[in-house]
Write a protein that binds this ligand. Structure first.
Ligand SMILES: [Zn+2]
Length: 140
């Protein structure tokens, strides 16, 4: 990830940021921002006692990057009694959405992309749009 962008995200989402996010390719920054924003807003889901976004951190985040997708892992840091089903589900869905987005987003430019794998007849592995697919788009 571009260092300048990493610096900005780190400043904006201080407690949710983790250095593993630096490993994400530039094209997957947007899915990450969507994830960070959703988790940042977890305090506003459900009971209004924690109504300010970002005021309370509910999870610690890590990101694992592979050529074909990225996964986000969250460890709950808020006491069990504070969680509601709605809030927990929102968190789980945000994690799933991030993973799903990276599988459909060009890792270079962030446009709509598709997964290319050797077992599918491609000579490279990764998620690319038509323009950035190494060796041309031989996939249907
Ligand atoms: Zn692209």
């Amino acid at each position: 990830m571009n260092k300048e962008i990493a610096g900005r995200l780190r400043a904006e989402y201080e407690y949710l940021w983790h250095d593993s996010m630096r490993e994400l390719p530039d094209g997957w920054v947007e899915p990450l921002v969507v994830l960070l924003e959703k988790l940042y807003r977890l305090p506003t889901i459900g009971p209004v006692s924690f109504a300010s976004p970002g005021l309370v951190t509910w999870v610690n985040l890590r990101v694992e990057v592979s050529s074909s997708s990225a996964s986000a892992f969250a460890m709950p840091v808020m006491a069990p009694g504070k969680w509601t089903p709605t809030r927990a589900l929102e968190c789980v869905e945000a994690l799933l959405e991030f993973h799903g987005s990276t599988q459909e987003t060009c890792s270079i430019c962030g446009s709509e992309g598709s997964l290319m794998m050797r077992i599918l007849g491609s000579n490279t592995e990764g998620v690319y749009c038509d323009e950035h697919a190494p060796g041309g788009s031989d996939d249907a």
